[in-house]
Design a protein around this ligand. Structure first.
Ligand code: ZN
Ligand code: ZN
Length: 382
């Protein structure tokens, strides 16, 4: 084969390859490949093998004599000729790069998009190993959300717990009350839920002049304020300053009626500090989009125990919403922080007998800039 003929042939192949390349990019961008990718790779591979073959052929032959009749400036022509051959590996690099980029973009967006690339994925091992690396970065994204939470664990010891201790149920510290608290709506005597002393829970919010937080609940299902936006049954909380020297003995009038929630039994309150992760819709949408479909599914069906939002009664961490997440806005314009939640979910043998709607939770929020008056609640259930 003469040098001129070879040049003519490579010119034709180059022209066809560029046309195919332009079509391929158009096809991939517009129609996500339509299964053309693998076929096209075989074509490109074939062209490359052919070009390498020609190159080797030329190197074996005496190149100088081949080009002499074509052009007198041998060196210039040789450089030009080599450039024409080298364009193919360059095209291959561009092709691979574009395809890799398109695939990476598809991974970021949607799992249904990824399925269109599955044929290609199966033929490309290097992309598979890249996925393992990105798995680590996905866990790094989740770890960014890690928060500390204090679980308020209850234990029924079947004996009275002192009013001087942080506890669930029984008789509370009544130092700052003049009568046993009643519901302002239905006048039922409230059920005492729990009390937290600042000495036991320094991480909890206390106004500067308070050292105890107490939570009460209207036991009357038929109270006119039952099932509002804020609670299933009306909730009451009090901050006060106590010295724990002498308690008041206040009479709690018995509530009568069929639909009265039982009193919370006297229970030991033990705190357990652990880590907490949010429900899926508390992730930023940009972070959520970076997780692959398997990991998203595991977070949604809560199959990775470590990343499950703790569902019990707890201080801080993340609200374990049973419906979509909710964070109220303060009058000052800030989004309120999650303070604590009271849950219907208690471990076995530690049931407080509180049922919030249908196995729901009441969430408390605070704007720490605005203090106690900004505290508000919200509830949901399954
Ligand atoms: Zn009431
Ligand atoms: Zn505020």
């Amino acid at each position: 084969m003469e040098g001129k003929e070879i040049i003519k042939l490579t010119e034709t192949i180059r022209f066809v390859s560029i046309l195919l390349l332009v079509y391929w990019i158009y096809d991939y961008k517009m129609n996500h490949g339509l299964g053309m990718a693998v076929t096209f790779y075989h074509v490109i591979l074939g062209v490359l093998i052919l070009m390498i073959g020609i190159l080797v052929h030329l190197l074996i032959k005496n190149q100088t004599s081949m080009f002499e009749s074509h052009n007198k400036n041998v060196n210039r022509e040789r450089v030009r000729y080599l450039t024409k051959i080298l364009i193919f590996p360059l095209l291959a690099v561009i092709l691979y790069g574009t395809n890799y980029y398109t695939k990476f973009q598809a991974e970021l967006s949607d799992s249904s998009e990824i399925s269109l690339y599955q044929d290609y994925q199966l033929t490309n091992q290097s992309v598979e190993s890249n996925k393992i690396v990105s798995k680590d970065s996905m866990y790094a994204i989740i770890e960014k959300y890690k928060k500390s939470t204090v679980l308020l664990q209850s234990r029924n010891l079947h004996r009275e717990i002192s009013w001087k201790e942080s506890k669930f149920g029984g008789y509370p510290n009544m130092e700052s009350f003049s009568e046993y608290p009643k519901c302002d709506i239905c006048k039922s005597s409230l059920n005492f839920v729990f009390q937290l002393y600042k000495k036991d829970f320094p991480e909890f919010y206390f106004p500067v002049d308070a050292n105890i937080f107490q939570l009460f609940r209207c036991p009357n299902y038929n109270c006119n304020e039952s099932f509002s936006d804020r609670y299933d049954q009306k909730m009451f909380h009090y901050y006060s300053k106590v010295d724990c020297k002498k308690n008041k003995v206040l009479i709690k009038l018995k509530n009568v009626g069929d639909l009265i929630e039982p009193e919370v039994p006297d229970c030991y309150l033990k705190s357990l500090v652990t880590s907490d992760y949010p429900k899926f819709d508390d992730y930023k949408s940009t972070d959520w989009a970076k997780l692959d479909s398997n990991l998203k599914e595991s977070l949604l069906d809560e199959s990775i125990e470590k990343y499950v939002t703790k569902s019990y009664t707890k201080i801080g961490g993340y609200p374990s919403f049973t419906q979509s997440s909710y964070y109220p806005k303060c009058n000052c314009g800030r989004i309120k922080e999650f303070l604590f939640q009271l849950s219907s979910d208690f471990p076995k043998k530690a049931d407080l007998g509180i049922m919030i709607g249908d196995a729901g939770n009441i969430y408390y929020y605070i704007c720490t800039h605005c203090g106690e008056k900004s505290i508000e609640s919200y509830w949901d259930c399954s």
